[in-house]
Design a protein around this ligand. Structure first.
Ligand code: AMP
Length: 437
């Protein structure tokens, strides 16, 4: 592994790196920084937690610091696009941290808050603009932002952008970028749609893939529990009370779902909080902080809100509902098993979600093992014999029976789920200060 010295960064950046007590570049940094400094485009396949923010922020600051030019009102030289405001804020913090010995200004632009202050900062001039797509387009349309002088374009978490339906916005933004530019493209996964987008954006890119050991799905013990939708709440409650289940992140499909699940858990004495897009920024931060400091055991999140959460020590991720996009499954379960720890991911699958499970299994290239230990998951289709259908009888859903539900039958009440093994390396949960992407 290279040392930071070998990267030939300017002195103010070396000092900032020393302040941060970083000793060696992470893999993505070692592989990316030299090529970005040379001006090459990058296609980076890297998840959160790999140090990817510094992988683009350091060489960009290196360029701006060496240029030592004044910022121009409403005309950034660098645009970083992020899917969520949390991520945008974290990226902004990274530029501030690494650029603390430089006189580089950055501006943040995201929706959900008044644009007045954002416009004021843009009018004063910023070298680096970190933005979410919707608000960026609004401000561009109002004439507050021009991309004519843009030199570097960064697209972070491209797969998430597409999951969130930002593709039309992205295309509009990309059409406004100057021809001559450097583009850096980061995505945790590269499904065909992302590859297509990258191809349209990048010129002769250097491909860097650091899907690391620590975030690869093999490290995570994955199980599926077949359960009727209506029995999921009871099953969840039972699970989070089980021995060995510590800080748990629960994913629901909708914001309403997240609220309902949280209310039910709280009503039954389990400390839980919800985090989703309808909550204010401060409410989200409060919920995260409570989770980080173990004041709540369960954080219930939607995919969008969970983006950018960097919490160590999550013992379980529970997919209360399976995601519509199989890639989201990988993002979700990657929230456990961080920093080399192993983790457990449990997915609740109702009869109507079978096809989503199949999509996931296709993507990860493996079958998700059925949690046969749990009374709720007598395996549909395998252990529950399907009776021959009588004439006039409605077909049974494949392998689906009342016995498979969370709390039906005596057995379900008496037996408790035993975790397969104790989670190793579970540390007190922590959100990295000003947590990064
Ligand atoms: P990211 O993948 O950008 O979200 O970064 C994940 C975390 O790694 C952040 O908390 C960074 O402060 C930290 N980090 C980034 N680069 C390094 C490094 N070279 N050495 C140690 N920590 C780092």
């Amino acid at each position: 592994m290279k040392s930071f010295d070998e990267l030939n960064l300017i002195d103010p950046l070396r000092r900032a790196i020393a302040d941060e007590k970083y000793e060696v570049p992470t893999e993505i940094q070692a592989q990316t920084i030299p090529d970005v400094i040379k001006g090459r485009d990058i296609l980076g396949c890297a998840q959160t937690g790999t140090g990817k923010t510094a992988a683009f922020a350091l060489p960009i600051l290196n360029r701006l610091g060496a240029q030592n030019r004044k910022s121009i009102p409403n005309s950034p030289r660098v645009l970083v696009l992020a899917p969520t405001r949390e991520l945008a804020i974290q990226i902004g913090e990274s530029f501030a941290t690494y650029g603390r010995h430089l006189r580089i200004k950055h501006a943040l632009v995201f929706g959900g808050v008044s644009q007045v202050n954002q416009v004021r900062v843009l009018n004063r001039g910023a070298h680096v603009l970190v933005a979410t797509p919707g608000r960026l387009l609004d401000l561009m349309n109002q004439g507050h932002i021009s991309l004519d002088r843009l030199e570097v374009f960064v697209l972070d978490e491209a797969d998430r952008m597409l999951d969130m339906g930002f593709l039309p916005d992205l295309k509009r933004i990309i059409s406004k970028l100057p021809e001559k530019r450097q583009s850096l493209f980061f995505s945790a996964t590269v499904p065909p749609k992302i590859a297509q987008l990258a191809k349209s954006l990048l010129r002769d890119p250097v491909s860097v893939d650091v899907t690391p050991e620590t975030t690869s799905v093999e490290r995570i013990e994955q199980r599926v529990l077949f359960v009727e939708q209506t029995k999921k709440k009871a099953l969840l409650e039972q699970l989070v009370r089980s021995e060995g289940v510590g800080p748990t992140l629960v994913f629901t499909k909708t914001k309403r779902g997240a609220n309902h699940v949280t209310e039910r858990l709280t009503r039954n004495g389990i400390k839980a909080a919800a985090i989703h897009g309808n909550k204010s920024q401060s409410a989200r931060q409060r919920a995260l902080e409570a989770f980080r400091t173990n004041r709540v055991q369960v954080l219930v999140a939607t995919d969008v809100a969970a983006r950018g959460i960097d919490v160590d020590g999550i013992t379980h991720v529970i997919n209360y509902e399976l995601p519509l996009e199989p890639e989201s499954y990988v993002h979700r379960i990657g929230r456990t098993g961080r920093a080399g720890a192993s983790g457990i991911a449990l997915s609740f699958c109702s009869a109507g979600e079978r096809n989503l499970l199949q999509d996931i299994e296709r993507l990860i290239g493996q079958k998700v093992e059925v949690d046969a230990d749990h009374p709720a998951s007598a395996v549909a289709g395998e252990k529950v014999p399907t009776r021959p259908q009588r004439r006039g009888q409605r077909p049974r859903r494949p392998g689906w029976s009342r016995e498979t539900s969370a709390s039906s039958g005596q057995g379900a009440k008496q037996k408790r789920r035993r975790p397969k093994r104790k989670p190793q390396g579970a540390k007190p949960s922590k959100v990295a200060a000003g947590s990064r992407s």
